[in-house]
Design a protein around this ligand. Structure first.
Ligand SMILES: [Zn+2]
Length: 446
């Protein structure tokens, strides 16, 4: 299976590792390695540029991970953010809806606890074939104690969105923005998932890229249409095959309590179409809730329209780890070259960890010195890798696997005519280019 081979490549080449492998790991937590963190940072950069830098009316923030617990009271997370857990006689734990969908092959959308229990009573544990007990509800937020003796319960944020809502007035009052405007944020969120799965797909600690756009409620629907198009195009412009993406609107019974309308951006993984981003019309729910609990006025006075109102919120909420997986899954290819398997990651050059790799043919006769000089020039301009060990063929393959768009080889001809070989990742075509022209050549092609 291609997906398994991709995950294998990721581990082999240092894209990410299960956390604390030394001690047996910890389910649902991963560490990004040297190549992974570069790609991750490039995705963040592209997202930030496309929203915060390319739109004069979107500002960025970086909120704290732990905040006043009243925020989570107002948002409904303390009372509502929970999953149904079910245990068999031998203690195997499952998410009730997941085990029902997998074993009983029934849809669980919109079902209450009583209806779920009825189905669970009729199925057996897939691990040991024993019966299930009563369904219980448990909150997905991680909690910890604040202060001496951990007296006060606080939570690790389960989403970044609330940090934006509570800063709505701060940003409004400290910038020149007027409604409509947006606030964007990239950061960690935490959910105590019962069954983390599919490597980076469902994690307990994960990264979100969220943008919340504040509008006159009358313009909410039009604004949602705009953002669903823009967000879909973001993935396509960064190289994702259009045919592997779709927009799916939630049915009424699927809608979360705060949502008026919800559209998922889905990607066609080998294990099915899965949500990678949500675009939601949250109406005025969030700011109204915070106004109610904080007893502070969160209305906006619109001078042009001469009216005061609570803005509606259109949210674009993407999982950064999921985006990372999607960019890799879509770029991964295996092909036969002269009877041998070639693994190549055809990732968009903007996202590639290294833009170019520099190799001296051998480590002597001054070739390495020349190569290092070229490396220094290129590395001043973009992330460049230097490798002088092993056969040139093997060195090319290593770069193909991590998606480096160009490789440059310095050989004996270089000493004669000051040209180098530039090799293209995708076509494997090679070309002689003058040393003075390399920087221009690479920059132009990225
Ligand atoms: Zn069991």
């Amino acid at each position: 299976m291609k997906y398994e081979q991709l995950i294998d490549l990721c581990k082999r080449r240092g894209f990410f590792y299960p956390t604390a492998e030394l001690y047996g790991g910890l389910a649902g937590f991963y560490d990004y390695g040297p190549i992974g963190v570069e790609i991750l940072n490039n995705i963040k950069k592209e997202w930030w540029k496309s929203l915060v830098h390319d739109n004069t009316n979107i500002e960025g923030i970086n909120g704290s991970i732990i905040t006043n617990s009243k925020v989570w009271d107002a948002s409904g997370h303390v009372s509502e953010f929970s999953d149904y857990l079910v245990k068999c006689c031998k203690g195997h734990e499952f998410k009730a809806d997941q085990v029902i969908e997998e074993i009983a092959k029934k849809k669980t959308e919109g079902l209450g606890v009583k209806e779920l229990q009825k189905i669970v009573d009729k199925i057996m544990c897939p691990k040991c074939k024993s019966k299930f007990g009563k369904i219980s509800k448990f909150n997905l937020m991680f909690s910890t104690g604040l202060g001496p003796e951990n007296k006060e319960t606080v939570y690790l944020r389960p989403e970044t969105a609330q940090l934006i809502y509570i800063n709505f007035k701060n940003v409004l009052n400290t910038t020149r923005q007027r409604v409509p405007f947006g606030i964007a944020q990239i950061g960690k969120a935490f959910r105590n998932e019962i069954s983390p799965r599919n490597a980076l797909f469902r994690m307990r600690e994960f990264l979100q890229m969220e943008m919340q756009y504040f509008v006159d409620p009358k313009e909410a629907s039009k604004t949602l249409d705009r953002w669903k198009k823009e967000r879909l195009n973001w993935y396509i412009n960064l190289g994702i095959n259009k045919a592997h993406l779709r927009l799916r609107e939630h049915k009424n019974k699927e809608l979360a309590h705060y949502a008026k309308k919800a559209i998922d951006v889905e990607y066609k993984f080998e294990f099915g179409w899965k949500e990678i981003e949500g675009i939601h019309n949250r109406g005025t729910y969030d700011l109204s809730q915070h106004e109610k609990l904080s007893k502070k006025d969160l209305k906006y006075f619109d001078e042009e329209k001469n009216k005061k109102y609570i803005p509606a919120i259109i949210e674009t909420s993407a999982g950064l780890d999921r985006a990372f997986l999607v960019f890799l899954a879509d770029a991964y290819a295996e092909e036969k070259v002269k009877g041998e398997k070639r693994v190549v990651l055809r990732i968009h050059p903007k996202l590639a960890a290294y833009k170019v790799a520099v190799f001296p043919l051998v480590r002597k006769d001054g070739l390495d010195k020349k190569a290092k000089k070229i490396f220094d020039t290129l590395n001043n301009n973009f992330n460049t890798l230097y490798d002088e060990r092993g056969s040139i063929g093997r060195r090319y393959r290593r770069q193909d696997e991590i998606g480096t768009p160009y490789c440059i080889t310095i050989d004996y001809d270089t000493k004669k005519d000051n040209t180098v070989t530039v090799r293209d990742r995708d076509s494997m075509k090679q070309k002689r280019v003058k040393i003075d022209e390399i920087l221009d050549y690479i920059s132009k092609n990225l």
